[in-house]
Ligand binder design. Structure first.
Ligand SMILES: NC(=O)c1ccc[n+]([C@@H]2O[C@H](COP(=O)([O-])OP(=O)(O)OC[C@H]3O[C@@H](n4cnc5c(N)ncnc54)[C@H](O)[C@@H]3O)[C@@H](O)[C@H]2O)c1
Length: 349
């Protein structure tokens, strides 16, 4: 089959990250860069030796020689671009979060279904070998069940520096943007969410979204996700982070760097990492995984699916369901009420 030709729409950080990967991807190449800021589109085109650049995505999707539109623009324009691309008969790879609201996300999938093209949501952790090792361990019962995944993050310096990420109608704030990775992966490991309780607030003067939130998500499986995320600290400040999973048989750490006393564990081989389980008197065990480039593997999976006529590796349903949990957190944070599932729109009780 011929090499697929890709238009990257949005030539900012993720546009560049994707362009870098297309150099290595088999069966596809990035040939067009788009950005409403012309210098960015031009710079991306030149850096990756593409054929053309445009300010308006419609010029790219109007080209008959484009097979894939890779949406790396901000979240608030995902629906518009993805729907237009699907209607033009292009396969669509769309950065996470799928959109800001569930109805928009549904319309994206419906447009892809109507056009008979593939839509993939780039929920990249599903291609990260570390995260996949964690999923395998949890599902195999290494910690017993149910478990509690505790994810506490507070940064400004390490958070997206761009203001649009913390505007309600643009990026949606950290719950919709950054934590969507956790919401998706929790659902991927545990199954559907049952209910959500949350408190949200806003620290930053330039933010219109909640830039800080704490949530408890109970899954039908009985497992919990405890989230406390903030992108509201002053520039450069960092709060302490926690990222572990605890269960009746022990605690799981995502790397041997997570606890100072793990430094005495044998280091993984070059090119490998390890997830560590502390089972108390039963011992501390390392589980190795091969380090990989999740963005490269994600894009390759999409390209392979298009070329081989297989279903989307991560279809719209995953994007919709993770967004539904994020929206339920924001709804619970505003109303003070617990939001009960099914979490694809949320019903407050
Ligand atoms: N998967 C991940 O790990 C990851 C990491 C960061 C961001 N993201 C997601 O990727 C998307 C882009 O984020 P980013 O960090 O690259 O943002 P960014 O602001 O660095 O880049 C976005 C670019 O899109 C351009 N743009 C805006 N509207 C446009 C339009 N209508 N048409 C064409 N270009 C347009 C902007 O000018 C900008 O250059 C967001 O949805 C974000 O949530 C994903």
């Amino acid at each position: 089959m011929k090499e697929l030709r890709v238009a990257i729409v949005g030539s900012g950080r993720m546009g560049k990250a994707h362009a870098e990967r297309y150099v290595k991807v088999r069966g596809a190449k990035a040939v067009v860069a788009v950005d409403i800021i012309p210098e960015r589109a031009k710079a991306l085109k030149e850096a990756y030796d593409m054929e053309a650049w445009y300010e308006d995505y419609r010029e790219a999707i109007g080209r008959a020689d484009i097979d894939i539109v890779d949406v790396c623009a901000p979240t608030y324009v995902h629906e518009e671009i993805a729907v237009a691309a699907a209607e033009a008969g292009k396969h669509v790879l769309c950065e996470k979060p799928m959109s800001l609201h569930v109805p928009e996300a549904r319309r994206m999938q419906e447009a892809a279904d109507r056009a008979g093209v593939l839509l993939m949501i780039a929920l990249c952790r599903r291609f990260d070998n570390c995260w996949m090792k964690v999923k395998e361990l949890i599902q195999s019962g290494v910690l017993g069940r149910p478990v509690v995944w505790r994810s506490v993050v507070a940064v400004r310096g390490g958070a997206p520096p761009l203001s649009w990420f913390v505007q309600k109608d643009q990026g949606g704030g950290p719950i919709v943007d950054g934590a969507i990775h956790n919401l998706d992966f929790a659902r991927y490991m545990f199954g559907e969410a049952e209910r959500v309780a949350a408190c949200t607030m806003t620290f930053r003067e330039d933010a219109t979204a909640a830039d800080t939130g704490s949530a408890l998500v109970r899954f039908v499986s009985g497992d919990d996700l405890v989230l406390s995320w903030s992108w509201g600290l002053p520039h450069g400040a960092r709060g302490a982070s926690v990222n572990d999973i605890i269960g009746p048989k022990g605690a799981l750490y995502f790397s041997r760097d997570a606890r100072p006393d793990f430094a005495s564990l044998p280091p993984p081989d070059k090119g490998w990492g390890s997830v560590v389980v502390d089972a108390g008197e039963a011992g501390i065990q390392q589980y190795p995984y091969k380090l990989n480039d999740m963005y490269l593997d994600e894009i390759q999976a999409f390209v392979d699916a298009v070329r081989e006529g297989r279903p989307s590796p991560i279809g719209g349903q995953a994007g919709i369901a993770s967004l539904a949990i994020a929206e339920a957190i924001l709804e619970a944070g505003e109303s003070g009420a617990t939001v009960y599932g099914p979490l694809e729109g949320g019903t407050v009780g």
